[in-house]
Design a protein. Structure first.
Length: 205
């Protein structure tokens, strides 16, 4: 009976090892939501109004939700390639009162794609640290409105993207991932870096 028990344990150990190795390569998908880490957008917009003579107004700014959907292929336990879609809900700014003749509003959103190499540092069978480097093309659209009318501007910036992350494997097929990524947003004449955090869930095929 003891020999049978030891044999079952040995077989189970081999199966478990095979499962871990199988998860080291293959296709996967993930999707998530998050936000930008920038905190000075409102003060920048307020300062712009102040610079043209506005004063005594009150303003508000909502942070948009950033979302993404990625597909990737893991070559081995240390390297994967992935790419996909990035977008956001509307970011809305509003100012009124003071010496403003009416409300001033601004609405902005982004969408685009990325393609990155993912370096993987396994710390255990379940937990890994990640580093990412690649290219992203982000389209930025803004609509400004006031008593004088409205204007829409947009631009696309294709540039380097990079980031770090951490991944936790629930099973050989399911995992959760936290990412912190940097994107250059704007156009060919003017652009600025924005850092975005996302919480993702994924599935390995």
């Amino acid at each position: 009976m003891k020999k049978i028990t030891l044999a079952v344990i040995a077989i189970a150990s081999v199966a478990a090892t095979s499962t871990v190795f199988a998860a080291d390569e293959g296709w996967y998908m993930l999707g998530g939501v998050g936000q930008t880490t920038s905190s000075n957008d409102k003060s920048t917009l307020d300062s712009t109004l102040t610079s043209i003579g506005a004063h005594g107004f009150s303003s508000s700014l909502n942070k948009p939700t950033v979302y993404n959907l990625q597909a990737g292929y893991q070559l081995n336990k240390n390297l994967a390639f992935e790419g996909g879609y990035i977008g956001s809900t509307n970011e809305n700014y509003s100012a009124n009162g003071g010496n403003l003749s009416g409300a001033v509003t601004a609405t902005a959103k982004v969408d685009g794609w990325n393609l990155v190499a993912v370096g993987i540092l396994p710390l255990s069978d379940q937990f890994s640290l990640l580093g990412k480097l690649g290219v992203a093309s982000i389209h930025d659209s803004i609509t400004l409105a006031g008593q004088g009318g409205s204007i829409s501007v947009s631009g696309t910036k294709t540039d380097l993207t990079y980031g770090v992350g951490a991944q936790f494997n629930f099973t050989s097929a399911t995992f959760a991932r936290f990412d912190l990524d940097s994107y250059n947003i704007g156009d060919s004449t003017s652009a600025s870096r924005s850092t975005v955090w996302t919480v993702n869930v994924g599935y390995k095929f």
